[in-house]
Design a protein around this ligand. Sequence first.
Ligand code: SF4
Length: 589
Amino acid sequence: MPTVYLETFGCQMNELDSQLVSSRLRTLGYTFTPQADSADVVLYNTCSVREHAEQKVWSRLGELALRKARQPGLVVGVLGCMAEREGEGLIRRMPVVDVMAGPAELDRLPELLDNALKTRRALLAESATQHLLMTPEGIRPDLTLLRSAGQVALHGDTGRRSSTLAAAADQLELLDLSRSTSPDEHSGSAYVRITRGCNKFCTYCVVPFTRGAEVHRPPEHIIDECKRLADAGVIEITLLGQTVNHYRFEHDAATIVDGVVQPQKGRAYVHRRGVHEDPYKREKGERVTTFADLLYRIHEEVPSVRRLRFVTSYPRSFGDDVLQVIRDCPRICRYLHVPAQSGSDRMLRAMNRGYSVGEYLEFIDRARQHLHQPEIGRPLTIAGDIIVGFPGETEEDFLATADLLRRVRYKNCFIFKYSPRPGTVAHERLTDDVPDPVKRRRNYELLTLQAQISDEVSREYIGSELDVFVQSLSKRQSRRQRQTGALAATEHRSLIRLTVSAAGTHARPGDQSPHDDQGCCATHEKIEHTGPSEPEDHTLPVQMSARSDGDLIVFIDAPPGTPPDALIGSIVRVRVESASGLALHARPV
Ligand code: SF4
């Protein structure tokens, strides 16, 4: 069977999509390689939210065009939001691409790949026997036929689904239901999707167009998936949704196809401005699973999951019921990623965010009242997103955003410089009128301010004890081992994951972005936290990278005699000894 190289750009949602796709392909006999050069099939799972990610893919495709001239049997695929947004234009610009599948069509990828591979093999055989060229070196097959034929372009479904039945026909659910729980794919931590798509239409964002309308998965499917992952050794689960707290499944409206309960389209709610209300709560007599219900059920029904977290929260419509469940369930992490995007009401209106700065701060204060309990070792940490240089942003708007950062004191914040994304309302209707040098200056000033705040927040932990989930060798440790040629089995295991999941963009909530373009909910690219650089000393203990309950990055040294592999995927009690920037340095107790 062909070998596949799969590289993912962008976000946790894309990373999960890549895991599901690779699971499916493995069960069909495909094998995966971390080396693009030796693969028969090269797939890029892409993100359109930020221009930076798309540019990387264009560059990779340019390189593949040269390679395909030498290796005409190579099959190249572009998956995800970029395939959806660019459509046929992508193939016209890059004829090297054989297969495209948007986020809503990934269930069809095996069929498309099979078709593309067979087509290319047939054309190759035909060229070898029937299309021969005389060259100075002798007779050889004419492969030009292969360079322009055999493409299987599946245009993304850009039409938003308009009915519950259309959502019910969503075959993507099968992809989630059939996921593999192999330890090679999770290392003790896994993502579980609870909703797809988004109904918000923020003016800068492509997600509602590329991923479609908000669709909620049946709670039984989600809980069953969590149980299967837990049985396979997963102890940390992150629930994913673009607006994760909007989750709501109405059992009386559920549809069943071939005996399987189908995902359900999200409902549009009217919001009364200035009044806190929870439109997502259960009304009397309704058979509904709300987000609070879902969190509680997973916590109670899957007790071997020791950490349950979720991203990304939408600041409006976040009910007290969710906060109460988090407070009462000790294994739900006290961490909220709640993008504000701006500290100016004028900008929030232009972005169509649907809340004011006052409403955002009301939510932050309410969350802290419910959840901040440092006296029992459980402080609440909050991460955010900010866009600078949105059309029309004045110096006054910018200063209001800086005030918001000071007021909220995020443990970290993704700060992005606005760039218009084709297909969005802002691109079509608003003039990108903030000069680039001004955007850069504002971006830099906010990053500097947030770095100070992050440093202060991190230092508050010095001397405290935390439970941390050990994820991997630290980047510094990996670099040391690569330099000495001692690539441990530990890292080999990580490499397998990277190949099928992120290839260096292993996005996590809580990473502070140095990049330029704006983000959207649940889409962030990883920062490499390497710790302070120092001369290599191979007598140093093995340094591991871990995360606290509040998603703080914690570096610890493996105790002497403990193989690093034995620590990965476990939760360890540590005492924080020092802090710098976004990272804590701790020692196991
Ligand atoms: S920024 Fe988030 S809430 Fe707004 S449209 Fe994009 S995904 Fe939806």
